[in-house]
Design a protein. Structure first.
Length: 114
């Protein structure tokens, strides 16, 4: 069983920056992908960015050039640096880890104000 603990998030003005971090524990050796998803009120959960154990990354078009995902494969940690934040980035952000199935963190609120 994999447990994910997130940190970071909060309230920031548009144009500002935030950093999210996530650490996995438990059955971490089976994890091959970690990443971040987000869910805004009234919307479905969507991919933000993922990183594989080999270091390959993938981003949602809406965050390309503004967000950067990084990870430590040995420690099974992942971070998301979010720059140039927009109002539409407001959401609950969830850390995810894929092994035999997907595990989720508890979520952390990111609120971007004008």
């Amino acid at each position: 069983q994999v447990q994910l603990v997130e940190s970071g998030g909060g309230l920031v003005q548009a144009g500002g920056s935030l950093r999210l971090s996530c650490a996995a524990s438990g059955g971490i050796f089976s994890i091959n992908v970690m990443g971040w998803y987000r869910q805004a009120p009234g919307k479905q959960r969507e991919l933000v960015a993922i990183i594989t154990s080999g270091g390959n990354t993938n981003y949602a078009d809406s965050v390309k050039g503004r967000f950067t995902i990084s990870g430590n494969n040995a420690k099974k940690t992942v971070s998301l640096q979010m720059n140039s934040l927009k109002l539409e980035d407001t959401a609950v952000y969830y850390c995810a880890a894929d092994s035999l199935r997907r595990f989720w963190g508890q979520g952390t609120q990111v609120t971007v104000s004008s």
